[in-house]
Design a protein around this ligand. Structure first.
Ligand code: THU
Length: 127
């Protein structure tokens, strides 16, 4: 798990966050390897994207669809809390018991996707 946090911390260095100044890195462990992403902001604020979203896009572009574990790294006053939209995006490719590591300079908080997004809407609801 340490390498997953390190991957999230490393990719954070590439974040484009000139507006918020809040840089985030995300790393996804999958059966085929680790995929990473950083937040990419835009002068048209709503067009920016989160680190988790970038990591999911990289994973899918590589042909992978299964998230085994997640790490998100940011440097704030408290452990990073993935936004609601990214919790839903992660749920598309992960399970309620998938471990999510919320990491920062003060350490790592370990939780699960189910704890972050109880009662998630899923493809099963569309049937
Ligand atoms: N952000 C992420 O990349 N991931 C999260 O889990 C929460 C927020 C980004 C979006 C925006 O670029 C900046 O952090 C401030 O909200």
């Amino acid at each position: 798990m340490k390498s997953l946090v390190e991957a999230a911390k490393a990719v954070r260095e590439h974040a484009h966050a000139p507006y918020s100044g809040f840089r985030v890195g995300a790393a996804l462990r999958t059966p085929s390897g680790i995929y990473t992403g950083c937040n990419v902001e835009n002068a048209a604020y709503p067009e920016g994207s989160c680190a988790e979203t970038g990591a999911i896009a990289a994973m899918c572009a590589a042909g992978e669809r299964e998230i085994e574990a997640v790490a998100v790294y940011a440097e704030g006053s408290q452990p990073i809390a993935p936004c609601g939209g990214c919790r839903q995006r992660l749920a598309e490719f992960a399970e309620p018991d998938t471990v999510v590591l919320l990491a920062g300079p003060d350490g790592v908080v370990t939780t699960t996707l189910g704890a972050l997004l109880p009662g998630a809407f899923s493809g099963g609801h569309l049937a």
